[in-house]
Write a protein that binds this ligand. Structure first.
Ligand code: FAD
Length: 317
């Protein structure tokens, strides 16, 4: 079932979450272990991130460095299918522009269609570590809007291979990313929203936000989207802070601010256990206010750890 249909049918705020494929070499049971404690909150869909191939340098004989391409977290589509099979829950594989040309994208979509997956979150992807800026693959997309347009085209039966006439139409529900604190590359929020609207006009049916720790930023973002003519559901993304490392890593990596009150609480912590408590308390506060304001769904970034999310969900659902 499509995410948009779950949202339209719901009478109250839904619960959903995002997981990462395990590192290569680890078993899928680590995924099940993180999903099992969250089942009691009736997740309507589970997102599975996509991780692009990266380049690493390995030391070889006589000091030579060999450049090797590796994907550390493969398995997005397999995990989606396994979750649907095991739990009968809908899944949303993330699909990115980076590393794919248009034909490979089309083939990936055909696989998803054949597997009975109804949803896709269409993203550009970040630049890989060895690139200063995002570089599209030859024959691939430069921005998420182009990927949305390709998926939208396939929904109308338009294939990249234009020799295919009257091809089987897909029926994907397309979600896209939005940034309450602006995407880090955008010149300003207004310009970012203009591009966000282009993704909706190209066929995206809902938005999932980047994590934020100040609800005011989300509410202002929703108002700004509405003023720009974006009228689709905007799902807030929440991330409970769980480690001392997150205090510097999250702002740096995700370009989000920690509000002063939260920062003060975190600065008083002396262990990961204390940080986890603060993270849970803060996310519960955020979640309660968001539910009061009747957001369509609370979407949690688990980053492979469901303990805090489970405590928050128990407190608010
Ligand atoms: P876009 O919408 O293409 O925007 C990227 C930038 O380009 C923005 O600054 C935008 O303002 C600008 N822009 C857009 N269109 C144009 C245009 N026509 N001309 C000029 N500028 C333009 N990354 C992964 O690799 N895998 C994942 O699984 C993943 N999941 C994510 C899930 C969520 C909910 C979120 C919020 C992010 C996720 N990301 C993931 C990260 C995402 O790929 C990065 O944030 C990436 O840098 C931007 O992706 P986007 O789809 O928002 O890009």
């Amino acid at each position: 079932m499509k995410v948009i249909d779950h949202i339209n049918e719901a009478k109250t705020t839904l619960f959903s979450f995002e997981i990462l494929p395990p590192l290569k070499g680890k078993s899928i049971h680590s995924i099940y272990d993180s999903i099992d404690p969250l089942l009691e909150f009736n997740p309507r869909f589970v997102n599975v991130t996509y991780h692009r191939q990266e380049y690493v340098y390995k030391k070889r004989e006589k000091g030579y460095l060999e450049k090797i391409a590796i994907r550390k977290r493969p398995g997005t589509v397999g995990i989606c299918t396994a979750i649907m099979h095991k739990y009968k829950i809908d899944t949303v594989p993330h699909l990115i522009c980076g590393g794919f040309n248009r034909e490979e994208t089309e083939n990936a979509l055909i696989d998803l269609q054949f597997l009975g997956i109804d949803n896709v979150l269409a993203l550009r992807g970040d630049p890989i570590k060895t690139e200063p800026h995002f570089q599209p693959t030859d024959g691939g997309h430069s921005y998420a809007v182009e990927l949305v347009a390709q998926i939208g085209g396939l929904n109308k039966g338009r294939f990249f291979d234009d020799e295919i006439q009257n091809g089987q139409k897909s029926d994907f529900c397309i979600g896209v990313a939005g940034y309450p604190e602006k995407h880090f590359e955008a010149m300003n929020l207004k310009q970012d929203l203009k591009y966000l609207k282009n993704k909706i006009d190209a066929g995206a049916e809902y938005i999932v936000t980047q994590m934020f720790f100040d609800n005011k930023k989300y509410f202002e973002f929703v108002d700004a989207c509405r003023a720009t003519g974006i009228d689709v559901p905007i799902i807030p993304g929440l991330k409970p802070i769980t480690t001392m490392r997150h205090i510097t890593f999250l702002p740096k990596f995700f370009h989000v601010d920690l509000p002063e009150e939260l920062a003060d609480m975190l600065m008083n912590c002396t262990s990961n256990a204390e940080v986890r408590e603060v993270g849970v308390e803060w996310a519960i506060r955020q979640a309660r206010e968001l539910i009061d304001r009747q957001v369509p769904c609370l979407h949690f970034y688990t980053m492979g750890k469901s303990g805090s999310v489970s405590k928050i969900a128990r407190a608010v659902f």
